[in-house]
Design a protein around this ligand. Structure first.
Ligand code: GDP
Length: 364
């Protein structure tokens, strides 16, 4: 069977190889006698019109115009990258809306995670910026289909029969939409703007869902990489936790994208303990001071990026001296986080300019 978009052979085995289409989607398409497109073509078909929009472009004025017409907004964020995807500037725009906050990718959390505690953590965080009921924060996995029943219910309970869906790139917006709907979609420009939206209907209802283009922030660690590396950087299985005891003067590399030096601290016996929560694709490498220069020069330690031509020299690192207390995380948007189990942890952090770090109360 061939993709009707690009002609490649359809396969359901390896999502990283071309021609991929999940088996269940393929089965559904065959039963319903629908056009068969590989996942890539499916995305292109949508994104041809809905190319991601740079957050620096004139997206905001256009979004403002579109938002005027909606009371309910489904905002999709990624639990593994809360700080990179829950954007305060977007929250500001949604102050007076009925927001259904979809916290996606919960299947990637370590199995031991207490979801109810994470939900409390989320609620405390987001209610500073959004006027939201706890029940409107939904922890889901679009990939596995967890939690979507309640999302459907909340959508059908909305006052007006149309909702807007939004979120930054790679949070799983299209995966969610695909799971929620089962109908053909139309792409149109929203009246009064040049912002294209995909209009579709929620299954067995008259509720219209308007999908906005993904927003490309450009201050997450993944945003400095090529698209190929970005895709590989997205965790596709449960994130790994590596717990380390802090040895002063050691350097910890988080792939080639960030690194930190562990600084001296008081009591040697009570050395800080910290855990690194990151995608299995981020190489964690501990080294001595003598090796740092070589690593920085040759960059052999870690991937991503996966692109041989990636020019490391263009990365200029800023450094910050930080004191992270026990029970706090150092969050690196687009990369993961470091959680301090026994602290404080004193470090000198090196991250590329324009990238940010956040110190927050531990999520897990
Ligand atoms: P969009 O850019 O927001 O539309 O995001 P996509 O729907 O294209 O998803 C981006 C990546 O995240 C893809 O590799 C998806 O397979 C993956 N993804 C989406 N939802 C989930 C989820 O619930 N769990 C996991 N593990 N991966 C997901």
């Amino acid at each position: 069977m061939k993709c009707e978009g690009c002609g490649i052979k359809i396969q359901s085995i390896d999502e990283n190889k071309s021609g991929y289409l999940p088996q269940n989607v393929l089965d559904e398409k065959i039963i319903n006698n629908e056009k068969i497109l590989c996942q890539r073509c499916f995305k292109l078909k949508n994104y041809n019109q809905l190319m991601p929009l740079d957050i620096n472009s004139d997206f905001y004025p256009q979004l403002d115009k579109v938002l005027k017409d909606f009371k309910t907004v489904i905002w999709v964020i990624d639990i593994i990258d809360f700080d990179g995807t829950f954007r305060k500037d977007l929250a500001e725009k949604l102050k007076n809306k009925n927001v259904i906050l979809i916290v996606n990718k919960i299947d990637l959390l370590p199995k031991s995670s207490a979801l109810s505690e994470i939900k409390e953590w989320l609620f405390k965080k987001v209610r500073k910026y959004l006027n939201i009921k706890k029940d409107n924060i939904r922890m889901v996995s679009s990939k596995k289909g967890f939690g979507l029943q309640r999302v459907r219910k909340l959508i059908t309970m909305t006052e007006k029969e149309k909702v807007l869906i939004m979120g930054v790139t790679n949070v799983g917006k299209s995966s969610l939409l695909n799971k929620l709907i089962n109908k053909d979609i139309t792409v149109s420009s929203y009246p009064g703007t040049t912002l294209n939206v995909i209009k579709t209907k929620l299954d067995q209802s008259n509720i219209e869902i308007y999908d906005t283009p993904g927003i490309e922030p450009n201050d997450r660690f993944c945003d400095i990489l090529d698209i190929h590396s970005q895709v590989k950087m997205i965790p596709n299985k449960e994130i790994t936790i590596q717990t380390l005891k802090a040895d002063p003067d050691k350097y910890v590399f988080l792939s080639g994208l960030a690194y930190f030096k562990i600084l001296e601290h008081g009591d040697y016996d009570l050395r800080p303990i910290f855990s690194i929560f990151m995608s299995q694709n981020i190489g964690i490498h501990i080294t001595k001071e003598e090796k740092v220069e070589d690593i920085l020069k040759n960059r052999k330690v870690a991937f991503p990026p996966y692109n041989e031509e990636f020019d490391y020299k263009k990365l200029k690192f800023n450094e910050y001296e930080l004191n992270i207390k026990e029970g706090y995380d150092l969050s690196l948007p687009g990369l993961g986080w470091v959680s301090v189990k026994r602290g404080p942890l004193n470090i000198k952090l090196f991250i590329p300019e324009k990238m940010s770090y956040i110190i927050r109360k531990s999520m897990i």
